[in-house]
Structure formats: C-alpha cells, structure tokens
Ligand binder design. Structure first.
Ligand code: NAP
Length: 574
C-alpha cells in the first residue's frame, strides 16, 4: 500500500543498524520565523515574513514541491469548487493581472501550475526546504524560542512558529481488516501517485462518497472496466456546470479585479455568490422553486444561498433538500439506486456540499454499481477484493476517498508542545481551543493559519488565508517594533472565543450531521463544531478591532535589554 496516508508511526525514523555510529546532530539553524507548510497559506506567510517584514524566515514542506492540497490531491477529477477567478491570491495586482484561468472551476494541474508560478515569481523556493516533515516543535520558555526537529534530522530554532498545515491535509483511511493482504493496488485520493494510476480496463472500488469520491467517480467510470462505489452516507451534490471561461468574461473580471476582490472580502464566504432574495418564508412556493431551479441550472456553491436562512431554519433547508432529492430521482434510472443515493436524514449543506460533473449520471452506466455499507459495513478486505454482508466483490484497484482528520489532525499528529511541555493533543482532547483560531494559550509565538475557530473551511480558503496571514504578520511586525519577546493568548480570552464559536454554531443546523466539521468522521474525536460560522466579514471586523485596540487577549513578555527575556508582562490596555 505505497500511497496510503502516513500515520504517526511513519514519522518515527527507522531504527539505526546497531553497528552504525550515531549520526552527529547538526547544529540548529536559527531563524526569526519558521513556517510549516508550503501550500497557499505557507507560501504567503513566507512572502510576508521574509519580503515585507524583512525577517529571516524559512518554510519546511513534507512534499517535494509547493501547492499543499493541490500537490497531494491528484486523483482523477480533482478540481476546486470555488470559482477560479476568486481561488487565487489578491494581494498583488500584477500577479492577478498576469495569470489567466482557463475554466470556471480550475482543475488540480492548473492550480498547481499557478502555485508554482507564484513560487517562482516571488522567489520563494530558496527559502523552502522540501521533502522534510517537521516531526516536533517544542517551546523553550527561557529563551522564548521554538525548537523544531524534522524527519530528516535537522534542528531549527525560531522565535516565531507559523503553522500553515492545511485544514484538510491529515488524510485518513479506515482500519479495515485484511488490507495488508490485498494483492491489487491501493490508493488514497489525497496521496495519489504523481505518475498517475492506470485504471483502464481494471475492476476498481471507490470507498467514500464525499467531495473527493464524487469528483473521482465519473472520471474513473470512463476508464475502468467496472467501478463499484461503496457508500456509507449519501451526500448532497449540486452540478458544478464547469465550462471554459471566455476571453471576454475573463477580461471583464480582470478589468474589475480590485473592486470585485473588495466586494468578495466583505462577504461571509469570501466569494461573490448571488445573494439570497430573502428567507424561504418570505417567498411564495412558485418563487422558491424558481429560485432553486435558477441556481441549480447556474451550478455551483450559490445553490446553498438560495434562501437566507437555509442553514438555520429546518423548513427552509428541507425545501432545498427536497429539490435536490427530486433531481436525483429524476436523473438516476434505477429506482433502488436512486433511493440509496438520496440523502434522507440530515439537512443539506450540514455536511460540506459537493459540486459534481456527472455524478448521478454515472450510476446509469452499465459498468458502475453502488453498494451501500451503511447498515452492513465493509467486513474485511480479502486478497482479491472487498467483503460486505458475506458477499465478495473482486477488484484490481481499491481507492480510498475516505477524507481527513480535519482541522486538528495535522496538529495532533505532530509532537507540538508549548510552555511547561503542554501538548497540543492533550490541550485539544475535548476539542480544539484557540483564540480567534489563530493562537493557542500555552503556546507563545505560535500562529495557526486558518486554525480551528476561524472561518477557514466555511469560506473561500484563499480569502481566509490572506486575511489570516495579513493579520498574523501585522501582529508579528507590531511585536518586533514593541520589543516583545513572546506573545501568548490568554486563557480567558481563548475561553470566550471558543464559547462564541460554539454559540454562533448553535444557531445553525450544522450539529445535525455527522460531518468532519464536527469531528464525527474520526473515531474517538470529540463532537465539536470546529470552524467559526459567523462569516469571514464579521470575523475580519473582530480581528481588526482587536489589532486596533493593541491586541487585547494576548499577554506580552518583554525582551530584556541583554540576554534572556524579562518575566515582566507587558499587558496591553483593553
Ligand atoms: P469526506 O467528505 O470526509 O468524505 C469521506 C467519505 O468516506 C464519506 O463518504 C464517508 O462516509 C466515507 N467513509 C469514511 N470511512 C468509511 C468507511 N469505513 N466505510 C465506508 N465509507 C467510509 O472526504 P473528502 O471527500 O476527501 O472531502 C473532504 C473535504 O475536502 C471536502 O468536504 C471539501 O471541503 C474538501 N474537498 C474539496 C474539493 C473541491 O474543492 N471540490 C474536492 C475534494 C475535497 P460518511 O459520510 O458516512 O462518514
């Protein structure tokens, strides 16, 4: 199983042979700021820290190239579901003017090319160590330094640690008995081989029907001799209606880029979607159907803003969900398959809504079949396939599209320790706790790009990344100018932010689904709604207010004039 996600044990270095002399520990490299990750968050953080603030900054990246999500997720059909013209950086007008997007929704190779273009243009690669995973980061309180160790044996000291680990980067595959004995190929969508996988004429299993599975199924169906989809929970998916962008369309966006970006920044999702005409109850039945119809035919994420209260009011939500259910029954010819594909017991969009291209249609093909594993989970993987309910299904290739330990997995899989040896996995045992989703009490000078408790995954990630990185680096600039050695979120401020995140979520329907937003897809993970549902615009206002007031909620430790930092706390006025 060469391409399954690494687990924790994969990060433990292989034991040395007893005869080999112990390798000399290399001297730690000293940095102002270490960045972990060279996806879009890490690249922008590195640029700001190094080129705007003039700090010695360096990034460490497990992959052999930039791009993060788009470096790893190379499965057939991988495509972004935020429109390409907005799924890009806005901080550099020349950059956004020079890059040309070819489609309404960009496919993985185009987004990866864009990331590579940005890395070249900003000359980022010289400050990134690739193929290197940070295995531990421990805070040394006496010296106010982060001490990092990598799986390649490097040691690094940094005053600031900026984590850009990605919200959906800790891929996971369920531990199903017998997997090791499978004689065919096994792949995970999030660790797809760079050389591709030859699926033509093969018998292929796809396990999992979230966004990754839903994108991969129609593409794999075109290649495989037979495709069997193993579905536990049917997801709601809306047509993407992807298409090439015309030159006129693109030129129009380019001409108005600054104003469109400004407008997008001031929305809850960091994207320009058609605003809802009102709450469902404000509209007549005919108006509601017309609105859903219009959005369904336009395609895209705008479907879920058909009604202002779609994510808050059960009746409103049911109207939209029923509309999708009807489309499934209308599209899928076999009534039993249609019924299995129809989500029944959770509100639409409370599991991340999916965008597809021909997903339901794929089940009308002769070479595609659906197996529900909802009531009868996969029993085991046999040497030749998958056993469910006593029936053996034979395969050449098994594809896990089983998702991620979202939002926290990339943190808890790393040995991350703050003051007094406080471990992040312990601190977050009952759910993630972070002030503004950007800083963690007990972990001074650690800044988490799109961390839990920030809007992140409920928004256009690029808009959230830019907002977070701007705020974090402005704050670091402030700390540098103020002679502060260490900044730490106060427990009390963190508690009230965590309570606020929960309170906002309680006004929504999100808790009604067993989603990865809630940690429900990982055994033993606490059920806590992790992102901030108050909207990127409102969140930005709160962050800006905190900055303008001198960063209340943080405790500052002053630098000593010479040598070690003073214990005296510089507490900013509230
Ligand atoms: P996901 O949404 O978590 O879906 C995982 C799927 O695997 C679910 O259908 C889940 O069923 C199933 N599963 C897990 N364990 C299973 C088991 N033991 N047996 C059978 N089925 C099992 O993961 P994803 O599809 O990779 O997507 C994750 C997120 O990444 C998305 O929600 C989205 O935010 C992002 N993403 C975005 C795009 C895009 O931009 N278009 C594309 C891909 C991913 P249950 O539902 O029952 O748990």
């Amino acid at each position: 199983m060469p391409h399954l996600p690494p687990n924790q044990s994969a990060q433990i270095p292989a034991p040395r042979s007893p005869s080999a002399p112990p390798p000399a520990a290399p001297e730690p490299v000293r940095l102002d700021a270490a960045v972990i990750g060279a996806g879009f968050g890490g690249m922008y953080a590195l640029h700001r820290l190094r080129d705007r603030l003039g700090l010695t900054a360096h990034a460490f990246e497990a992959g052999d190239g930039v791009g993060g999500t788009w470096y790893w997720n190379r499965y057939p059909g991988a495509r972004c579901d935020a429109e390409s013209v907005f799924y890009s950086y806005s901080f550099d007008e020349d950059l956004q003017q020079e890059w040309v997007w070819s489609e309404r929704y960009a496919a993985q190779p185009e987004i990866l090319s864009y990331a590579e273009h940005v890395a070249d243009r900003l000359d980022l690669r010289r400050s990134i160590t690739f193929g290197t995973r940070v295995s531990s980061a421990h805070y040394d309180e006496d010296r106010c330094l982060w001490l990092l160790a990598t799986d390649t044996g490097r040691r690094v000291e940094a005053r600031y640690l900026v984590t850009a680990l990605g919200c959906l980067s800790a891929a996971q595959a369920p531990g199903i008995d017998g997997l090791d004995g499978f004689l065919g190929e096994v792949h995970h969508t999030a660790h797809w081989p760079h050389e591709g996988v030859d699926l033509s004429g093969k018998r292929v299993a796809v396990i999992g029907t979230g966004s990754s599975g839903i994108q991969a199924v129609p593409e794999i169906a075109n290649l495989a001799e037979h495709l069997t989809v193993f579905q536990r929970t049917p997801h709601y998916t809306v047509p993407a209606r992807n298409r090439p962008l015309t030159e006129e369309e693109f030129d129009d966006v380019r001409d108005r880029y600054p104003e469109l970006r400004e407008e997008a920044r001031d929305t809850a999702v960091g994207l320009l979607l058609d605003p809802p005409p009102g709450n469902a109850a404000d509209l007549t039945e005919t108006e509601r159907t017309a609105e859903l119809e219009r959005r369904w035919h336009r395609g895209g994420l705008g479907f879920i803003s058909a009604f202002g209260d779609l994510l808050m009011d059960e009746t409103s939500n049911t109207i939209a969900a029923d509309y999708v259910r009807e489309r499934i029954r209308e599209t899928v010819r076999d009534p039993r398959t249609a019924e299995l594909l129809t989500p029944a017991d959770y509100p639409i969009a409370t599991k991340r809504i999916c965008l597809d291209t021909g997903y339901y249609e794929a089940f009308n093909r002769e070479n595609v079949s659906l197996v529900s594993v909802r009531d009868t989970p996969i029993e085991r993987i046999t040497p030749t396939g998958v056993r469910v309910d006593g029936t053996d299904h034979e395969f050449d290739v098994i594809v896990f599209a089983t998702g991620f330990d979202a939002m926290t997995g990339a943190y808890t899989r790393m040995d991350l320790r703050g003051r007094d040896g406080r471990r992040i996995d312990e601190e977050w045992r009952a759910g993630p706790r972070a002030y503004l989703g950007v800083a963690v009490s007990g972990f001074p000078n650690l800044f988490t790009v799109t961390g839990p408790g920030s809007p992140s995954v409920l928004t256009n990630m690029m808009a959230s990344i830019e907002q977070h990185v701007d705020w974090i680096t402005d704050y670091i600039d402030h700390l540098e100018r103020s002679g502060v050695a260490a900044a730490e979120a106060e427990e009390e401020a963190q508690d009230s932010w965590v309570a606020h995140v929960a309170e906002v979520a309680s006004h929504t329907l999100y808790s009604r689904a067993g989603s990865w937003y809630m940690g429900a897809n990982v055994e033993g993970k606490p059920r806590v709604f992790m992102p901030y549902a108050g909207g990127l615009n409102l969140y930005r206002q709160q962050c800006d207010r905190i900055a303008s007031q001198g960063y209340p909620g943080f405790t500052h430790t002053a630098k000593r004039s010479r040598g070690n930092p003073s214990r005296k706390h510089l507490r900013p006025a509230r």
